[in-house]
Design a protein. Structure first.
Length: 118
């Protein structure tokens, strides 16, 4: 079974992969179906990794929108044909940078071991 640290690492890796492919050009994103699929796949991975985190970890960091991340994964998987790529783009620009900071902080804290400060 994968640990919370492993799953947080998966989230960070997926964010890095998204960031590594995206530019600040919304029009380029809209025109590139392969890039859209790439981003959606990694957003699904983020949601799946989040779903696998322990309840105690999620409860310990209520500032992170865990339920919304899991809900997004479900939408991406089950309602794929109804996706709005403008919303996906906006999410990558508005929400992912903050999520990355939060996950980096949590990952650092739990890998630092007992007694580390929140």
């Amino acid at each position: 079974m994968r640990s919370d640290a492993d799953r947080l690492g998966d989230i960070l890796e997926s964010i890095a992969r998204i960031n590594g492919r995206l530019t600040n050009d919304a029009a380029a994103f809209q025109a590139d179906e392969m890039l859209q699929v790439w981003v959606i796949h990694h957003l699904q991975v983020i949601g799946e990794a989040t779903r696998g985190l322990s309840q105690s970890l999620r409860e310990g960091y209520p500032e992170v929108p865990w339920p919304e991340i899991i809900a997004l994964r479900n939408i991406l998987v089950h309602e794929y044909f109804g996706l709005n790529m403008n919303q996906v783009w906006t999410m990558t620009q508005r929400d992912l940078p903050e999520l990355e900071k939060q996950i980096q902080q949590i990952h650092s804290q739990i890998t630092a071991g007992p007694g580390s400060d929140r």
